[in-house]
Design a protein around this ligand. Structure first.
Ligand code: AMP
Length: 113
């Protein structure tokens, strides 16, 4: 989608540090890391958020979720990770292209809110 920063990253127009890619999804470093490992996993097809899942195939959604464990294994993540997706204003979603934050590398806050 025109003017979507994550679509531009997927297309290689904006540079990124890639961690994983398959036919459905792309994963890259978050520019403002909130943990020692902070990677964003996005579907290649533009969809704004979890509120719009009817616009992407189940295979694309599954690929995003499966990518998290693949990346964790590749990076040798120990003792777990968090996978989170902010959806909408109240959750402070700032980029309107569905993405999953993969956070790891330290003991994360027990607070989710
Ligand atoms: P959210 O607030 O859940 O919408 O998360 C958006 C995330 O995208 C934030 O953690 C930002 O740091 C990250 N971000 C924004 N622009 C870029 C970029 N060009 N490259 C990598 N991460 C980005």
């Amino acid at each position: 989608m025109k003017d979507c920063i994550f679509c531009k990253i997927v297309e290689g127009i904006i540079p990124s540090t890639k961690y994983y890619e398959d036919e459905h999804c792309y994963a890259f470093s978050d520019a403002n890391p909130m943990a020692p490992i902070h990677i964003l996993i996005v579907p290649k097809k533009h969809v704004a958020s979890l509120a719009d899942l009817e616009q992407i195939d189940d295979a694309a959604l599954a690929a995003c979720l499966r990518a998290a464990e693949k990346i964790a294994q590749k990076l040798g993540v120990k003792d777990g990770y968090r996978l989170a997706s902010n959806c909408g204003k109240n959750a402070h979603q700032s980029v309107q292209h569905l993405h999953f934050h993969l956070l790891a590398g330290e003991k994360l806050s027990p607070k989710m809110g």
